[in-house]
Design a protein around this ligand. Structure first.
Ligand code: LUZ
Ligand code: MOS
Length: 783
């Protein structure tokens, strides 16, 4: 049965956003007496502080208190997985920006001014900032993991071609528009309400209760919406919420903490930089026979979510390819930069960058195109991933072939070649990027959600779930799902704030799974209500076969025909008959498991597939480039809101391209983040994005998702990797032999230096002209 939807598919926040009426944490009117907090943090990357001098700051205008680790009534611990993360440092400092004290004042300006008056004695130790250096020293978090399949060592012996090399990809700043922030308000007794910009309200509740030393039920966390998150608030919103809660509890006053952009960039973790060593073996026909990779993850100073991110790198180390012999090793390396954390893709993109680098190397060695190797080795139905799961309803080849039919990769290649014949100052490049991304939290227990539905007697509906709206449109999709499940108009449905009192123990909104999990729970809650209504209507109508009653388009149908019952009458009658108009339901993704001892299982409910083709032009004199086209075929399932899904695809693509091309995080040798503002950190804008962005859909039913839909949040980010290889392809057209390292991001500066490296080297090696010699003056003057 198809239940129609009345009302348009749209992003239901669009009108509020456009009018500037959407509420974020600090838009809610201030409670009286609200105080403001600012964080004093470590100026050194590694060492200790002693003799903290607070007197001058405490005496400054407007200052109410300065809170340090000694003041914490509960436990000084916020590590989400491993307990290695004090909320405030007790002396040891592991990164620049490591929080030491909370300055609380009447205004944000007063607090910021007072922070500048704090001093301490610092003892510095050597800082380690790269993963490989940390790995060599044995500074490893958790235990390195290895996924293996087949027999790589034997397989390499039989290969016709074996390539070995190194691939490095950098981190990425989340750059959510709304910086980290929270507001805590005491209610009564030792109870608190915390408004937090978090993807994980329950993590905030849990940690705040622990830090303050109260039971979890004393802390209520409420989230209206986030101005972006991208993983940066999956776990790392907790700290700031705990700090405002702590200050609020100690001072018995509302306290708000809003990070300044520079503080946010310096104090919070980012996407993990990775360095990888790869070895790939192929036969003469371009079949990948064996792949070995060692991933070194730069975890930063604390464990945070790094071990889960590391695991996802392994899950995606072979991307959308079937390779019979694989050994993938990954180690999480502890360094002195802020703890790196979840970021859209969650380690997957780094795993894919390494294999895409390896197969590019192999293509050059074999003298065939990258896309030939890619297409040759795409996963097929039933083939196994290196972690035991088999590809089911595999669409790796289908999405590629759909993209090829629509956009003709050979023709793109031929056009580029023709152009390159005629041009030296500009070169065109082409690259394809297939993507296969697993959907489900890899921590199986996290794949659970609940929903609470209330129907009021006027027929309007209130829906609460654990889904956090962060701009991604989950509320819109939940409205579409609830409308369909109840057979009513979307206009009747309101999605409530995400609140720990209405929904307990919720998982973070993450892993692309928010709609699947919370939508799954919403359907179950709606079915519970509909079941009650169906029984009631059957009784009222005096019929036995209530299975023939349906709710569709605001009407009650019996044997497919309209009755004189509509939604409002049903609701009214249910109320009068004392039938509950509320339902709560719980959803847990079925049929997923993973055994970490064997490194095998079925961790994902399903995979999302797709393929993107890129066309770029590189200015070989300047190193600048233009990404002209991204043409892709994406595996969407039966979407419940296509506009929202398109938004996710375009946004993910932009973020992926940015990571691979422009966005460059610069750290000093002392661990200082040098790119700590938007003047020094460049992200893509509308002009930078491809002029031509074409999307083809594969809309096959997905039995594992709500109403046949598929998760969409993270997979499109990885298409962006194709932009890197398209630029590199253009560079190859300019210079077939130069050594171009696999080192992302491929900024225009790097393109320029790499294209002209040999000339630069020649110039640097040339004898220095004799200053006295008139000839050299002439030469210089003639430049
Ligand atoms: N978060 C998490 C994630 O805790 N586990 C995951 O598997 C995951 N995957 C993607 C993004 N966030
Ligand atoms: Mo995420 S990286 O799905 O918070």
């Amino acid at each position: 049965m198809f239940r129609g939807q009345r009302g348009p598919m749209k992003h239901y926040d669009a009108e509020l956003h456009t009018r500037g009426e959407s509420l974020y944490v600090d838009d809610v009117p201030e409670p009286s007496g609200m105080l403001h907090a600012v964080i004093y943090s470590s100026p050194i990357a590694h060492g200790r502080f002693d003799a903290l001098q607070l007197d001058r700051a405490l005496a400054a205008d407007g200052v109410v208190d300065i809170i340090t680790a000694d003041d914490i009534p509960g436990e000084n611990q916020v590590g989400p997985v491993v307990e290695d993360e004090p909320l405030l440092s007790e002396g040891e400092l592991n990164f620049q920006g490591h929080p030491i004290a909370i300055v609380v004042a009447e205004t944000h300006e007063d607090a910021t001014h007072a922070r500048g008056l704090i001093d301490a004695a610092f003892t510095e130790k050597e800082a380690v900032v790269t993963a490989r250096e940390a790995h060599d020293r044995g500074d490893i978090l958790g235990t390195p993991r290895t996924f293996a399949m087949g027999d790589v060592d034997d397989a390499f012996d039989d290969c016709d071609v074996v390539v070995e090399g190194r691939a490095d990809c950098a981190g990425q700043e989340h750059l959510y528009l709304e910086t980290q922030r929270a507001r805590a308000v005491p209610t009564e007794g030792d109870r608190l309400r915390v408004y937090s910009s978090t993807q994980s309200p329950y993590a905030v509740q849990e940690s705040a209760a622990r830090v303050i030393g109260v039971a979890e039920h004393k802390v209520e966390v409420d989230v209206i919406r986030l101005g972006g998150a991208f993983g940066g608030k999956e776990d790392q919103a907790t700290h700031w919420a705990c700090m405002s809660a702590l200050a609020s509890e100690l001072l018995d006053a509302p306290v708000q903490l809003v990070l300044h952009r520079v503080d946010d960039m310096k104090m919070t973790g980012k996407r993990h930089p990775y360095s990888a060593d790869y070895k790939m073996g192929l036969d003469d026909d371009g079949n990948i026979v064996a792949y070995e990779v060692r991933h070194y993850q730069n975890a930063g100073a604390k464990t945070d979510l790094s071990l889960a991110v590391l695991e996802r790198t392994l899950f995606h180390s072979t991307n959308a390819y079937y390779i019979p012999n694989v050994r993938a090793y990954a180690a999480s390396c502890q360094t002195n930069i802020p703890p790196n954390t979840a970021f859209r893709g969650f380690g997957g993109p780094q795993g894919m960058f390494a294999i895409e680098s390896a197969l590019t190397d192999a293509a050059e060695e074999l003298g065939i195109s990258r896309e030939e190797i890619q297409r040759n080795n795409l996963l097929d139905e039933g083939q196994s991933f290196p972690y035991g799961q088999r590809a089911e309803r595999c669409r790796a080849q289908k999405t590629w072939d759909r993209a090829d039919e629509a956009f003709d990769l050979d023709e793109m290649r031929a056009n580029a070649e023709a152009f390159n014949e005629d041009h030296d100052d500009k070169k065109k490049g082409v690259a394809a990027m297939p993507v296969c991304f697993g959907i489900s939290f890899t921590g199986t227990f996290l794949n659970q959600a609940s929903a609470l539905l209330h129907v009021y007697t006027d027929g309007s509906v209130s829906l609460s779930t654990g889904g956090v709206e962060m701009g991604q449109g989950v509320n819109s999709k939940l409205i579409n799902i609830a409308a369909r499940a109840l057979g009513i108009s979307t206009d009747r449905i309101k999605v409530e704030t995400t609140n720990t009192t209405r929904i307990a123990n919720m998982s973070p909104s993450a892993a692309s799974a928010t709609t699947d999990l919370n939508g799954g729970a919403t359907i179950l809650a709606a079915e519970e209500l509909i079941g009650r209504f169906r029984e009631m209507v059957a009784r009222e109508m005096g019929i036995q076969d209530d299975e023939n009653i349906e709710f569709d388009d605001e009407q009650v149908l019996y044997r497919g025909k309209e009755t004189d019952w509509d939604w409002e009458r049903v609701v009214e009658q249910a109320y009068l008959s004392r039938i509950s108009l509320s339902a709560q339901a719980f959803y847990a993704t079925p049929n997923i498991w993973f055994d970490k001892d064997d490194e095998e299982g079925r961790p994902f409910a399903y995979h999302v597939y797709g393929a993107a083709f890129f066309e770029v032009t590189v200015d070989t004199l300047r190193g600048t480039y233009d990404i002209e086209a991204a043409r892709l075929a994406h595996d969407l399932g039966r979407t419940v809101n296509k506009l929202v899904d398109i938004g996710q695809i375009e946004g993910g693509l932009a973020q992926g391209i940015g990571w691979m091309t422009l966005e460059e995080l610069a750290y000093g040798d002392d661990g200082e983040l040098l790119s700590s503002a938007l003047s020094t950190y460049k992200t893509p804008d509308g002009y930078f994005m491809p002029d031509e962005l074409d999307v083809e859909w594969i809309e096959d039913e997905n039995p594992e998702g709500p109403y046949g839909s598929k998760a969409v949040g993270e997979p499109p980010l990885m298409y962006g990797i194709g932009a890197y290889f398209a630029i590199r392809d253009a560079m190859r057209a300019f210079d077939a032999d130069a050594d171009f390292p696999f080192h992302a991001p491929l900024t225009p500066e790097k393109v320029l230096l790499q294209l002209h490296q040999s000339r630069l080297d020649d110039m640097l090696e040339a004898p220095v002209p004799d200053e006295e010699s008139p000839e050299s003056e002439v030469a210089l003057a003639g430049e």
